[in-house]
Design a protein around this ligand. Structure first.
Ligand code: GLY
Ligand code: MN
Ligand code: MN
Length: 502
């Protein structure tokens, strides 16, 4: 219970011994059956093997994190930390406060690591928690798995969370201890205490913090090439996202007629995201008309008007926590105006150029370079760059960049268990790295003409377009995982007509 919650606990419920005894008994026995081994378990074990090889002899602590207070005694829905989920295989239904510890095994015992899950297991019916604990109790939030359930499902040893502090303190000072700090402040504080008790201070403490950061960066980079199970999850996320987009398309008229249409669109997509998977992988951007020019428009308070376009940037996060990240810019009444099509087709050409740059051995940054050249060519063709500035001039990163007035963001990012996956990887590992089969990336150029942009042609003002697809790097090039969702202006119009006629 947080301090804030303790202060506001003005509704104590006295219990008598007789009541406790009454609540404890009279329940059917717990089922004996254990869950089946999850398919992900083998893949998660291989990921841990890679970590083990990189950190021989070290103790590694990867927390899932805890509940975060939203307000007073209400918490946000729990989502485990991505590094934890990746290495354990745990899903959205993971219990808060769970921690994965990789204990180094002595060389004499074969070396490597023993991976152990520390968690708060299902409490007995004879405990106060069973009926009285609103945050963790079975009466309130449901039954947690037992340690045996976890071992059966994930093939990981499981122990009570109360054993964690001693487990972390073991051999400290002899064995290097690293923790993913941002996953759980309480666990990081326990590690700090263990280090302090072992006399780690000053430069040694700074070095320990640097070790922690290096582990988090390593685990982020580890997710860059997806295994076949992860690729399947991404396919499922993309398919679920298409369901959500088509539900929005089917009711575009409703969004116009009801008023506050952006919220209607957000709700429709969210309904399907929650129904198909765990929910949305990030706050949906439902941006009609001029709102499309606010890159992260998530207020979604606006009207959806006939004649406008609506930019919908949304993705379903499936139960394994992998998320799609797809954008379509749709003409609200089914047909682009000439000016809208002009912008749209320019963005489409840029996106296709970005996709065409994707093949093993190409650099990640080649995707943006290819797409932004096409954007710059169109802006130049429309006469929007300053007098005398050529396409090559504006593309010069030292002296140009005028085109960024109309597309300030990058074209691509890695995608997976996080929408901006692998974000802690270094520049060499990310921007400057070569593409490799198994990487999953977005390709998402855009053009944004604000309604008050006096440099933009009048016909473009108040309109923004982004097209975003999720692409798998293959041995020979790429596969557009979201190819099931039409992209060209003509195909988008046909798609809207087809979905609305269903
Ligand atoms: N939806 C956020 C992004 O496209 O990166
Ligand atoms: Mn994106
Ligand atoms: Mn997006």
């Amino acid at each position: 219970m947080s301090e804030e919650q303790k202060k506001s606990d003005n509704r104590p419920r006295p219990t008598t011994e007789a009541f406790r005894a009454f609540v404890r008994d009279g329940w059917a026995p717990r089922p004996d059956a254990r869950p089946e081994r999850a398919e992900v378990a083998l893949y998660a074990a291989a990921r841990r093997d890679a970590v083990s090889a990189a950190y021989p002899g070290e103790r590694l602590v990867i927390p899932a994190g805890g509940l975060k207070v939203r307000s007073n005694d209400c918490d946000y829905t729990f989502r485990p930390h991505s590094a934890f989920a990746h290495l354990s295989g745990f899903r959205a239904d993971c219990e808060p406060d769970t921690v994965l510890v990789m204990h180094p095994r002595p060389e004499a015992e074969g070396g490597g690591h023993e991976s152990v899950i520390y968690t708060r297991p299902l409490a007995g019916r004879d405990t106060e928690e069973f009926f009285a604990d609103a945050r963790y109790g079975e009466f309130w939030v449901g039954a947690r798995p037992t340690l045996e359930d976890i071992e059966a499902e994930f093939g990981l040893a499981a122990r009570h969370i109360d054993e964690l502090p001693d487990a972390l303190a073991k051999d400290v000072g002899v064995t290097v201890l690293r923790v993913v700090r941002d996953a759980d402040r309480d666990v990081a504080a326990t590690v700090d205490q263990v280090r302090a008790e072992a006399g780690v201070s000053g430069a040694a403490q700074d070095e320990a913090l640097a070790h922690d950061e290096a582990l988090a960066a390593f685990l982020s980079h580890l997710r860059m090439v997806k295994d076949e199970w992860e690729i399947d999850q991404m396919r499922a996320a993309v398919d679920a996202t298409q369901v959500g987009f088509e539900a929005v398309i089917a009711d575009l008229r409703g969004a116009v007629e009801r008023g506050r249409g952006e919220r209607w669109v957000e709700g429709l997509f969210g309904l399907h995201a929650r129904h198909q998977g765990n929910g949305t992988g990030y706050d949906s951007i439902c941006a009609a008309g001029d709102h499309a020019n606010t890159l992260h428009w998530i207020k979604n308070t606006g009207e959806v008007r006939a004649g406008d376009m609506i930019l919908l940037d949304a993705g379903v996060e499936v139960d394994s926590l992998f998320t799609a990240d797809i954008t379509r810019t749709l003409p609200v009444d089914g047909t682009f105006t000439d000016a809208q099509r002009e912008i749209y087709d320019a963005v489409y050409a840029a996106q296709q150029a970005g996709m065409d740059a994707i093949k093993p051995g190409a650099k990640f940054s080649d995707i943006h370079a290819a797409a932004i050249r096409v954007i710059a060519e169109h802006l130049h063709g429309w006469g929007l760059l300053p007098e005398g500035v050529s396409v090559d001039d504006t593309l010069d990163t030292e002296t140009g960049q005028y085109h960024r007035r109309w597309m300030v963001h990058g074209t691509s990012h890695h995608l997976g268990i996080d929408v901006h996956d692998c974000a802690l990887a270094t520049r060499e590992e990310y921007m400057d790295a070569e593409l490799r089969p198994g990487m999953i990336l977005t390709v998402e150029p855009g053009l944004y003409f604000k309604s008050d942009d006096e440099l933009a042609p009048e016909r473009f003002r108040g309109q923004g377009v982004r097209i975003e697809d999720d692409v798998l790097v293959t041995e020979t090039g790429y596969e557009n995982l979201s190819a099931g969702m039409p992209r060209t202006s003509t195909e988008v119009e046909a798609w809207i007509a087809e979905v609305q006629a269903r």
